[in-house]
Design a binder for this molecule. Structure first.
Ligand code: ADP
Ligand code: MG
Length: 264
């Protein structure tokens, strides 16, 4: 029993049984280092416990990113805050702290196609996940199809309950696809269900004045907007399309290159 191999075999077995996989992986190396640095037993155990906690935290975040379905590349590191109006950049800097989900506040991002709405709300979603929140991203048209199918199968309340587990729900491109009445109804049911219970982050190319196209009926439209706006932050991205600017940039570069070629 005193042999180091026997001790390690048993230790491996116990740590496995206790689901302490990171401790199992690194106890031997850390023990060696602890001997070299003459650490106390408590300090060694502290380092081991720390490693286990760090890897569990990272694994949980990784699981939440996957489950959120937010595109990985749409994050704050790849988002250029200098491209958006100063007021919105200021709002974003405070939103990244994430307290808006504690107050069940909504974020409504408006702007032309290509102005960066989707990227921005996704980046905010990633920031929330980093802080331990659960987020779910769905294009509005797909989400509505899922809700409608669930309704037909008498499973609507189940799916609403499942969605209620997320601190924030990103509904991308509301109003982009024309919906019929039954689709609009399930969307309204979802928004009413989340009202004051969980944050919604919505992007839309349509200003509120055109939302009757989404909800068909003026009363339903007013009720939907009223619930969304009640506790909300509105981000107005009235800027040129990023795609267009990039394309123009490339075109200008090409013209410059051609001029250079011509002059040589
Ligand atoms: P929208 O949802 O408003 O139509 P997107 O968020 O899809 O626009 O943006 C269009 C493209 O431009 C995407 O590839 C996006 O990553 C990129 N983009 C937009 N705004 C920015 C920005 N401020 N910084 C970096 N990339 C951006
Ligand atoms: Mg978009």
């Amino acid at each position: 029993m005193s042999k180091i191999q026997d001790i390690r075999a048993l230790l491996n077995k116990y740590l496995k049984e206790l689901f302490l996989s990171t401790m199992r992986q690194c106890y031997a190396d850390l023990a060696e280092k602890a001997r070299q640095d003459s650490l106390s037993y408590e300090q060694y155990l502290l380092h081991l416990a720390e490693q286990e906690c760090i890897s569990r935290h990272n694994n949980r975040i990784e699981r939440n990113v996957k489950e959120s379905r937010i595109p990985r590349d749409k994050n704050m590191d790849t988002f250029d805050l200098k491209r958006i109006p100063g007021k919105v950049a200021h709002q974003v800097r405070s939103l990244v702290e994430g307290s808006f989900v504690d107050h069940k506040e909504n974020i409504l991002a408006f702007g032309n196609p290509g102005s960066g709405k989707t990227h921005l709300v996704c980046a905010l979603g990633h920031e929330l996940i980093k802080k331990g929140r659960k987020v779910y991203f769905a294009p509005c048209s797909l989400l509505v199809q899922d809700l409608l199918k669930a309704k037909q199968e008498l499973q609507l309340s189940r799916i609403l309950k499942r969605l209620s587990r997320y601190d924030a729900l990103i509904i991308d491109d509301i109003g982009y696809v024309q919906q019929d009445r039954s689709e609009m109804e399930v969307l309204f049911t979802l928004l009413a269900d989340r009202y004051e219970r969980g944050s919604v982050m919505i992007t839309s190319n349509l200003p509120f004045s055109k939302w009757e196209r989404i909800f068909k009926d003026p009363m339903v439209t007013a009720a939907a907007i009223d619930r969304l706006v009640h506790h909300s932050v509105i981000l107005e991205l009235n800027i040129e399309s990023y795609r267009m600017a990039e394309a123009k940039g490339k075109k200008n570069k090409k013209t410059e290159d051609d001029t250079m070629k011509d002059s040589t």
